[in-house]
Design a protein around this ligand. Sequence first.
Ligand SMILES: [Zn+2]
Length: 321
Amino acid sequence: MVTNNKKVVMIAVATTAAVIVVLASVIAITTPQGSSSNRTSPTSESINGQPLQDTSVEERLRIMTTFYPLYEFAKAVVGARADVDLFIPSGLEPHDWEPSARDLERLRDYHILIYNSATFEPYIDKVKGLGYDDLRMVEAAHGIMLEQDPHVWLDPILAKEQVKIILDVVTSMDEGNSKYYADNAKAYTARLDELHAKFEEGLRDCERREFITLHAAYHYLASRYGLEQITIAGIEPEHDIPAGKIREIVDLAREHGINVVYAEEGIDDRLVRALAEEINAMVLILSPIEVLDEEDLEEGKTYITKMEENLENLRQGLGCR
Ligand SMILES: [Zn+2]
């Protein structure tokens, strides 16, 4: 994939040289006031350090996103007019992932790297230290994250903020497509509004507001809809569980009449199952939507459909009508 990309760029550069004269005359005829679709990015004069002879030749914006929801949000904004890739290999859990030297090398081919936050992707500091001057780094949780909890995308309203941050950066680097990007962002934001309305409606009338999960990913979601997450582990899913924690959760579960414990995909669920057995509860899935694997994608699952599944499972666990 990386090598292919490089090849494509090299071919593009070669082709550019060959067709430049033709293009230059076409542009002179069709856009007398100068092309309005040119990017104004700092990288528009070069590709991988190779100068383009004519900056009026359009270059597609290439965007790397660190994990699935940001990939979906960026795709939704840029549609067919820019390229979006996913940095983390499919199916891997992002909290613990570290890019290899080869992964880092891939980033040379991109104009933008969109990540969530340095607490979620700690390797970002390493990327900053690489000195890739043409790579614009964008923190998509900037200004919306509270303390150390990175899971902002699980609140549809904060997801809209992330879409806005993405829209702002792609627009600033590709002004010619700004209307197209703005329209796309508006359409996707409308879907997030619908999702938010479904959550509000679906979680309005429930027997209880407390739910038990393994990993503390649902602070933003819970505070948006007036729920309370009781978590077995911390912000990262596979940290050690403090002694006495299970006892405390068992007591809370009995106090609130909780009869569902939430597990998540791809994480060892033995602890969740043991706890469920102890309190005579059912195990359901609540996804932090950190990973969409090949199977999910083949089934046409998206951030939005996964959130809808989360809503259904929450409704079941909270006894909502
Ligand atoms: Zn997480």
